[in-house]
Design a binder for this molecule. Structure first.
Ligand SMILES: [Zn+2]
Length: 180
């Protein structure tokens, strides 16, 4: 087991855009394995390398926690090539402690990427899976779901975090049922 520490807002690493993986080597494979273990342990339905302080474009997802592993997705260099419709989802994030908010995203997406086995694949996602794909790819671009809500709501959360930091409250991921 190699669980990695999940960074939380306002960690500056969460803002840094990740770079393209040019070589799917042993280091990348280890990163993928660690991300999967860390995601299930959290538990979360998705995790991006950015969240553990790595600047590689790697994400893992499993929105089916009833059957862990059955729908596990590991994607390197994921890119959204098609997006359709619109859906509002109450999102949470392992890197945004103790906060959820409604976010509007595409309801259906087509994502291209590479597997750890160096196969180029296309994945279609709808509803929660589409939301999670967009949420994780956002992480790789240094974006959190709180960057997609109103400024007023975001400022309220910022102030809460500042207060927690002043009071020495540890900003560690909670154990929500569904966090991406
Ligand atoms: Zn997240």
């Amino acid at each position: 087991m190699a669980l990695r520490k999940i960074l939380t807002y306002p960690a500056p690493e969460l803002k840094g855009p990740a770079h393209t993986v040019h070589n799917i080597d042993a280091t990348i494979n280890q990163l993928v394995t660690d991300l999967v273990e860390t995601m299930y342990a959290a538990p979360g339905v998705g995790l991006a390398a950015t969240q553990v302080g790595s600047a590689e474009r790697v994400i893992v997802l499993d929105v089916d926690h009833e059957n862990p592993g059955k729908h596990l997705v590991k994607l390197i260099n994921p890119v959204i090539v098609q997006a359709e419709g619109s859906i509002v989802w109450e999102e949470g994030c392992l890197s945004v402690v103790d906060f959820t908010a409604e976010v509007t995203r595409a309801r259906q997406v087509l994502v291209k990427g590479w597997t750890p086995e160096e196969k180029e694949i296309e994945i279609e996602g709808t509803d929660l899976f589409a939301v999670a794909l967009q949420h994780e790819i956002d992480h790789l671009d240094g974006k959190l779901f709180i960057d997609r809500i109103s400024r007023l709501k975001r400022d309220l959360y910022r102030r809460r975090v500042k207060k927690w930091l002043r009071e020495g409250v540890p900003l560690e991921p909670k154990k929500p049922a569904v966090s991406i």
